[in-house]
Each structure stands twice: as structure tokens, then as C-alpha cells.
Design a protein around this ligand. Sequence first.
Ligand SMILES: Cc1ncc(COP(=O)(O)O)c(C=O)c1O
Length: 369
Amino acid sequence: MEHLPQQYRQLFPTVQTHTMLASCSQSALAEPVSRAIKDYHDSLLLMGTNWNEAIEKTESARNEFAQLIGAEPDEIAIVPSVSDALVSVASSLTDFKKKHVVYTEMDFPTVSHVWQALSDYNVSVIPSIDGGLPLEQYEAHITDETVLTCVPHVHYRDGFVQGVKAIAEISKRKGSLLFVDAYQSAGHIPIDVREWGVDMLAAGTRKYLLGISGMAFLYVRKELADALKPKASAWFGRESGFDAPYAKGARRFQTGTPAFISVYAASAALSLLNHIGVSRIRDHVKTICSDARQYAAEKGLQLAAQAGRQPGMVAIRDERASETARLLRKKKVICAPRDTAIRLAPHFYNTKDELRHAIDEIAAIFAAR
Ligand SMILES: Cc1ncc(COP(=O)(O)O)c(C=O)c1O
């Protein structure tokens, strides 16, 4: 068995009985994360209150995420979801004269929903070409009137990965801020916000970050955060007191009490990920996905993205993807369908053989149609 799964599989009870390949939606629950959730529950049950401890866990989760993306803790806000992160960001740009926002056809639909609802903004949507987003498209769509450019690091449907650093260079040159949606990459692809020159970045905790729903992180570059005044503002984004000023750094993007149960889970989950190291995870996932893509081709399955563009996911074309996922679930193969693709999204606890097993089951379902 490969090195990483050999070392860590025993931490994941579900992988002992199921083929867990849905990290692009919800990864398997690790024992330390399960224990953290129980600790939260037990502290309320046995001690009646846990506010101070919960605030400490919030800081610990913040520190771990900062470490994961190469940021400082003061540059991280704890928010309820990636959608909320973007709403807060949008509410901080209303003072800017520039009202042009760029996003891409490969963004998760929530990005479009946020900007379409804010009728003050003119939006440009960069179309995808041959399943990618060529840099010339960014050059053409971002103008000196653009206040913000939103991009996905990894496409949610097929795992296509973008070179964020090159996009950041274009965006900066044109005077636009850059928001990166890293929900499909954080936890299995290394991120370095400083090195890439990113202004803002968000990721939720329930996918590759090994946590549960109810929580996301928003990175805002320190110097930028201190200059912004989000209109979606409330007490967790302020210094203390009734007339309190905005908190320093990215904390000002926070609103109310975080979902502490998710915070406990995230703190344990991120500590595990940082302990293992995301580069090791990327190398493992890339290797087993590359094998799986070749195996899928041998079995006559069609991939949803061009080879080499989806190192961390194997997305297989299927007009009846939801039905296929239901049939796979009966065989204890857990994966996440999306539109016309079956997404096989492994993590460090998965093996090459598990991916091959899922592909065999998919091929058998197709053959029986
Ligand atoms: C890339 C991406 N961005 C954003 C979202 C939405 O996140 P949230 O529900 O936390 O707003 C998802 C959810 O699947 C996603 O895959």
C-alpha cells in the first residue's frame, strides 16, 4: 500500500467499510475530528458552558489555516460559508468608485448569485475555452475600471487547476483586487497567498479540509483589510464596546458567534493536515489520480477534462451521473456527481486500488445500461 494511506488510514473509520471518494463535497471524518466534535458536545453536557475554551479553539483554527496558506493569523476571518465570505467582501467595496466586477464561467454559481443580486455593479463573465481559462481572457476582460476579479483556484466540476500567480499579476497590473475561491483546493493543493500576490481568498471546511459544514475562512491581505470597512459588520468584527471601531486586520470581516462545533472540528482537522503537509498530500493524490485516469481510459470511460488539467480529481463523463452515484452508494462507493460528471475526489487516505475499484464499478454500471 502507498505510504500516506498506510500511515493514516486507521484514523478514518468509514474507509474501513466504504470507498470514500467524495472529498470535493465532504471528506471522510477522521477520529481526531470526531473526538473534537464530541469534546464540544461533552463540555456543554458536563460543564454547562465552554465560551473561553471555544474562543481559544477559534484562535487555534485561525492559526492553523493561516499556516496552511502562508498567511498571518490577523489576516484570517472566521465566517459561516464561502458565500458569506464573498458577501462580506462585496459589502466592503461599496465605497470604491469603480463598479466593474469580473468572474469566470468556472466559478461556483454562488459567485454569480452574489454579484447579480448587487445591481450597482457591472459584471463581466470570462467564458471557459476548451475547458480552461486562458490568461489572454483575463487580459481582455479585466480593465482599469475593474474593482474586483473573482477566480476559482480549482473548478468544482472537473478539477481544472488555474495558475493563480499569473492571474494575480494581470489583476494587479490593471489595478483590480483579486478574490480566489479555494474551496476545491485547500487541503490537497499547496497555497501560498504571499508568493502568489493574492488579495483575498476563501475556503470552507467540509471538503478537503476534513471538517464539517457551518464554517469557512476568509483571508484578506493585512494592509488591504485595514483599509476596508465592510458594511456587513457586527460584533465579532469589532473591538469591544457599543461604539467600537472595526477590529484590526481581517477580523473586521467577521459578524456573529461562529458555529463553535465546526470550529472544534476545523481546529483538529487542520492540525492533522498541517502535520502531514499539503505538498505530500498533493503528490500522493496526483499519483493515484494519474493511474486512475489511465485505467479509466483502458476501460473506455470518457474523462470530463483534458489530461494534465485535473491532477486532484478524476471526473468521468456521464449523462446520468446522479443515478450512477446512487447505484455506487449501494456498493459502498461514495462519490459526488455534478451535472454530467461523476467526480472521483480522493484524499491522502485513499489508495490507487480504491480508485480502480470505483472505476470498475462505474464501468459495470455503464455496461448494464
Ligand atoms: C468552489 C466552491 N465555491 C463555493 C462553494 C459554496 O460554498 P458555501 O456553501 O460554503 O458558500 C462550493 C460548494 O460546493 C464550491 O465547491
